[in-house]
Design a protein around this ligand. Sequence first.
Ligand code: SF4
Ligand code: SF4
Length: 410
Amino acid sequence: MSADSVTRSGRSLPGGGALISAARCVTYNQSNLRAAVQQCIGALPDLQRVFAEAERVLLKPNVLSSWQGPEAHVNTHPGVVRALGEILIADFGCRIAIGDSCGSLGHGSTARALERSGMEAVAGEIGAEVYNVDQQPRRTLRSEGSVIFKDIPLPANLDRFDLIVSVAKLKTHLLTYMTGAVKNLLGLVPGAAKKNLHLLAPRPDEFATALCDLYAALPRSVAVIDGVVGMEGRGPSNGALRRVGLVAAGADPVAVDSFCAQVMGFAPLQVPLLARCAQRGLGVAAPEEIQVVGEPAAAFAPTNFARPPTYAATLAADLVPRWLVRRFISAFNTTYARINQDICRQCGECERNCPSKAIFFDEESRTYHVNRARCISCYCCAEVCPHDAVEVAPSMPTRIKEWIKGKVKR
Ligand code: SF4
Ligand code: SF4
């Protein structure tokens, strides 16, 4: 088996399983981070081989927010990117670029995000290139193997990298349950094309399939996770912070995400993206097939890690047949976005980033609203709202449950 096919299938162990590593790191102290990343890489011969074979490496952190700094923990911490970059340069002789396309549309938003997140400074310090995905020439990759995402807009020069390292943040996600190494690669799709994927694949299960298409079409990637401080509940932008103390790595991003799912309290095969990747032979998601060097998931798992409020509705939509979802369940069981007028400051960022044009400005009341009929529950609006004014309106069963609870209390 070639190194590339090992990386793609994730099955690097003799019995066909995947090997990943996890190290404890409770602060963003730079020497602790470096030791943790070094420990993770040092435990994985297959990952070392991949790094040794790569000359030009793109580090792809989560740089979702264009206005928040590292203290918000929405983006990957720059210290983790720095530790990894330094090790790849010193120990493997790699040439490094650091890049992403952020979650907000608008002129200069990714440049701002790379600066605010600390990535630009790290690049300067370690001698890496800043790779602003939005500013690269583009091409459309025709992917015949795709189920949904067949014409994939990408930077035209992405193939100058031998390897992509997805340096993702450990966070929950309103649409996909979790943001992991595989989901993080969506940031290689520039600007508005990223948002438009929600129109092509509006349902959570379709979106997972489209992300899986993208993952299959991209050059090979490996994973490093910043879970020193993670995010629970209303991630990827507005959740609560939890100190998890984890750095994880592996040559199979699906296996690393499966481990992270367990840390967050999800059954990995119930995460639609991981299930699809495993079905298509793009990695190992079943926990019993993953060998962890270092501490097991249970050693990191914080108790009561809050799931996203969309979890039950998304899971139900993924489990029932599509025709049933379309006709009956979706009307009854979906959550949708709602603007809290007491918090909203009328900045219009949500309207600019809504792919289905469901958000409108009411001239009379001078307030923004969501047209529920148009809302596809992608939560791009919640991701970009700088004031945390976008709420998840609970599904009908949740509203009924809450109503009953209220009656019983009285
Ligand atoms: S909901 Fe948030 S993003 Fe939208 S207008 Fe209000 S403050 Fe701005
Ligand atoms: S209103 Fe928000 S959740 Fe609904 S489609 Fe627009 S961005 Fe997505």
